[in-house]
Design a protein around this ligand. Structure first.
Ligand SMILES: C[S@@+](CC[C@H](N)C(=O)[O-])C[C@H]1O[C@@H](n2cnc3c(N)ncnc32)[C@H](O)[C@@H]1O
Length: 472
């Protein structure tokens, strides 16, 4: 219900029914779901788009625009909030969230797209009339007219503190990341301004869709027949879909012989599979397998060598997803729902173990546009005992001479090197292996022995991998 007082309409001004714009209505609906229900944009959007397309009033271009509006508004929320705050005469926390969503969508159209100014403002005001009512539409109109007075660079000069005064705050506003995330990424990346700016910029770009041809089940040649498909940059099993599209309709993907998988994840599985071993190479474990991307690649690689994979996952519904991805694997495998910190298997059982532990996901910000705003520094403390517990059991589960891969899709040092360093202190009979030679041709992997991938350097998620061998 509108919170505006009802006023008699002015004589001579007939009521005009607001015009519905299905693209912006859908984008608004998605933003509300993300805001109100903590939904994930990448989960909420596809069914909304499907329903709209089935309804017949949405074509592929509408779907592309709606996706761009939702992802762009969420990614750039920090910048747009700073701009909108400068155009509103009260603190943003006193503005209703649905109004902020309409303003964010409007700001994105004005500052982040080529939509002409008048069209961006009028479409936003029309959307506001439909979803917020006439009174608040006037407010939206007034704010967006102020926003439209400058372009993005002009606004950044006005609302971002100068770099020399506060580099982290400057970068946070300019590149739309929370300040603590800028700080954490910079700590891990090291170096000067250029590198961190490139990384933050890469986080705001739409990632390519990358496929994996699971060895023994599909070939990259088959996937390269798809339109606008390119070979992977680093993984011999990767194919990039340069124009995105719908990977689910590709036959090899539809029947599970191939899948959607970032090249960073493929490299983690490949490095573990290629790590030198003393002795037999028969039994592999993925201790945190859900939803199963790395397990599927590991199982296929294991099958080529006559080895078997045990894929373990704590959440039963995620274990079911793993079973679905692994179905059809050419070699032996088993899926169990088990707590990796209290495992049902005996110590010293496995030749290779992967623990791709739960983490903040700060390395995959390109894919999850809302994640950076949801995460809090306190989340790190929540993950810390679990990450250590899972690595501890992994080290106990591997046999002497076997190798453990500890992976995160976060470059935060508290989740990467700090965890590994703690466990190395507790286990005297282990050694770190140099993971870099196991990723031949991949440049700039750091000073080792662990590896850290970066979106702006490798075009992958910022995956971290340490390889640890049990020596005694
Ligand atoms: C980062 S995800 C793994 C992604 C997976 N390796 C892939 O490539 O698809 C971490 C997984 O660990 C699971 N997990 C969380 N706590 C666990 C525990 N105590 N034991 C085993 N798995 C756990 C989560 O449910 C989640 O599915």
């Amino acid at each position: 219900m509108s919170d505006q007082p009802r006023r008699p309409r002015k004589p001579g001004k007939p009521y005009r029914r607001p015009e519905k714009d299905p693209v912006r209505l859908l984008a608004f609906e998605a933003l509300r779901a993300v805001d109100e229900r903590d939904a994930y944009a990448n989960l909420v959007l596809p069914p909304l788009l499907r329903t709209a397309r089935e309804g017949g009033d949405f074509d592929a271009r509408d779907a592309a625009l709606a996706t761009e509006l939702v992802y762009g508004t969420l990614r750039r929320q920090g910048t747009y909030d700073a701009v909108v705050a400068a155009c509103v005469d009260r603190p943003l926390r006193e503005v209703d969230p649905p109004v902020l969503d309409v303003l964010g969508l409007g700001a994105h159209q004005l500052l982040g797209t080529r939509i002409p100014t008048h069209a961006a403002v009028s479409a936003s005001v029309e959307l506001a009339r439909v979803v917020l009512g006439d009174g608040r539409a006037k407010f939206v109109n007034a704010v967006l007219r102020k926003v439209a007075q400058h372009d993005l660079d002009g606004w950044l000069e006005r609302v971002a503190p100068p770099y020399d005064e506060d580099p982290e705050d400057h970068l946070a506003v300019v590149h739309s990341h929370p300040r603590w995330v800028v700080s954490a990424l910079w700590d891990s990346l090291g170096g000067g301004r250029a590198g961190i700016e490139e990384l933050l910029r890469a986080d705001n770009e739409r990632p390519e869709v990358t496929l994996v041809a699971r060895p023994g089940r599909a070939t990259t040649g088959e996937l390269l027949d798809e339109e606008a498909a390119l070979p992977g940059r680093w993984s011999p099993y990767a194919v990039r879909l340069s124009e995105g599209g719908e990977p689910g309709v590709i036959p090899a993907v539809a029947d599970g012989r191939a899948g959607v998988q970032d090249e960073g994840s493929q490299l983690v599985a490949l490095a573990l599979a290629n790590a030198p071993l003393d002795g037999p190479d028969r039994l592999w474990l993925d201790g945190c397998a859900g939803p199963g991307g790395k397990a599927a690649l590991l199982a296929a690689l294991a099958a080529e060598r006559g080895a078997a994979l045990l894929a373990s996952e704590k959440q039963p519904h995620r274990a079911k997803l793993v079973a679905k991805v692994l179905a059809g694997n050419p070699g032996p495998y088993q899926v169990v729902a088990a707590d990796g910190t209290r495992p049902p298997w005996r110590a010293g059982t496995f030749d290779r173990v992967l623990v791709d532990v739960p983490c903040t996901g700060l390395g995959a910000l390109r894919r999850r546009p809302e994640a950076r705003w949801r995460r809090r520094p306190g989340d790190l403390e929540g993950f810390a005992p679990l990450q250590r517990g899972l690595l501890r059991t992994a080290l106990e589960s591997v046999r002497v001479g076997g190798v453990v891969g500890y992976a995160t899709c976060s470059p935060h040092l508290a989740e990467t090197r700090a965890v590994v360093a703690d466990l190395l202190k507790q286990f005297p009979d282990v050694e770190l292996l140099d993971a870099r030679p196991l990723l031949p041709g991949v440049p700039e992997l750091g000073e080792g022995p662990d590896v850290q991938l970066w979106p702006h350097v490798h075009g992958t998620d910022a995956m971290y991998l340490a390889l640890i061998r049990r020596t005694g």
